[in-house]
Design a protein around this ligand. Structure first.
Ligand code: EMZ
Length: 391
């Protein structure tokens, strides 16, 4: 008998058993073990404890899989611990709040309107490359305040700046980004303007200007951190609305639900599985000994399915009331791009609700992360769909 195929928009939780049983899971990453922390409460506690669980280790090491071998530039403020972390963050926090401005929101709305119209005009579309990748890239021109044409270059880089189809840590690909950023920074030095490069170059840190290296560190983070994460969230949300047209209908009738739906989709899909920390002294996580200089990871994806915090955690409840998810991280390092990312997702939901009647999934290829025995669906490599207009 043919196995009944699972819904495409269903994302199973591979951490449940270990989370209930012991609260952690040990995995290997390039012969450097990682203890994944799985419970919501523990994840939040360790995320705040930056003294014992640091981010400012060797550049690339807190990312799992570790990027140590393809990157020696420190991403800022992501790979810096307090108090410097807060000082760097203060320089850019206002800039990353620009998505709250009405003009920013209007421009984003126009971009997304065009992107959805394009889907509706075509018969069959492939969501990853025909929609999510260009939407993320064009929206990024707003966050950087650069001309929209720049997005064409970034679209050519594909979904991840450090990963290619057959290599999860592609150094050659990373060099394309680094070279590009060197050029953009030099250009901004020659012709200062009102884009993020120039703003960074003009800002002061500890009574001196930021160095080119520091500016590059912020820019790498801006390009890398919000890339596959945003793209996966858009892909996954579209599969959700394809399989739950009633949700789209409900949002159309009750637009105030957009905010709750946005948070819920981020919780359910948890675009970033986890983020590492390096242990600074022998200690314990979940009553389990961890050695100094080993790594733990804060598993946002597992915390977001913790049944002690979320009722029916494996269901998408678009009007979920209490939703303390950690989809954007938690503690001092909480995602700087969260306002931008939220604004993109909200605008996509709003635009779909106003223009789309239904979406038919024709074919899809899943993207599965593997950590030893643990397999986690994070999104799709490819999704072919038909969009049907509202009358
Ligand atoms: C790092 C990370 C930041 C890392 C919030 O996450 O995102 C990953 O996709 C990148 O590979 O370098 O920026």
């Amino acid at each position: 008998m043919k196995k009944k195929s699972e819904k495409k928009s269903k994302f199973p939780d591979p951490f449940e058993e270990a989370r209930l049983d012991k609260g952690f899971e040990k995995i290997d990453d390039q012969n450097d073990p990682v203890t994944m922390v799985l419970r919501h409460q523990d994840v939040r506690e360790y995320a705040k404890n930056w003294k014992t669980f640091q981010s400012g280790a060797k550049p690339g090491r807190i990312v799992v899989p570790s990027e140590e071998h393809i990157r020696d530039i420190r991403q800022i403020p992501f790979e810096v611990d307090p108090p410097e972390h807060g000082e760097y963050r203060a320089l850019i926090e206002d800039w990353f709040r620009r998505p709250f401005n009405p003009e920013y929101q209007l421009e984003l709305s126009n971009q997304i309107n065009d992107a959805v119209d394009f889907l509706l005009e075509k018969n069959t579309v492939e969501i990853v490359s025909d929609f999510s990748l260009p939407v993320q890239s064009k929206a990024l021109t707003l966050l950087l305040n650069v001309p929209i044409e720049e997005a064409n270059t970034w679209i050519d880089w594909g979904v991840h700046v450090f990963r290619s189809e057959d290599n999860p840590l592609d150094g050659d690909k990373a060099n394309i980004l680094y070279d590009y950023l060197d050029k953009q920074i030099d250009k901004a030095i020659e012709h200062p303007s009102d884009n993020l490069y120039s703003v960074l170059l003009a800002s002061e840190f500890k009574n001196r200007k930021l160095t080119k290296e520091e500016v590059k560190g912020v820019m790498i983070l801006t390009f890398a951190g919000g890339r596959d994460t945003v793209i996966n969230t858009l892909n996954n949300s579209i599969t959700y609305f394809a399989e739950h047209p009633e949700a789209l209908e409900r949002i159309r009738n009750e637009p105030r639900l957009i905010n709750q739906a946005t948070e819920e989709l981020v919780r359910y899909f948890s675009p970033l599985t986890h983020m590492g920390r390096v242990v600074t002294e022998d200690s314990y996580v979940c009553k389990h000994a961890v050695k100094a200089d080993s790594r733990i990871s804060l598993c946002w994806a597992s915390a977001n399915r913790d049944a002690s915090v979320f009722e029916k955690p494996d269901e998408v409840i678009i009007d979920r009331k209490k939703n303390p998810h950690v989809g954007f991280g938690f503690g001092p390092h909480k995602c700087l791009g969260e306002h931008h990312a939220r604004q993109i997702l909200k605008t996509v939901i709003k635009t779909l609700a106003s223009k789309v009647k239904s979406i038919d999934i024709l074919d899809a290829e899943e993207n599965i992360e593997e950590w030893g025995d643990i397999k986690r669906k994070v999104g799709f490599e490819r999704i072919e769909v038909n969009f049907n207009k509202r009358d």
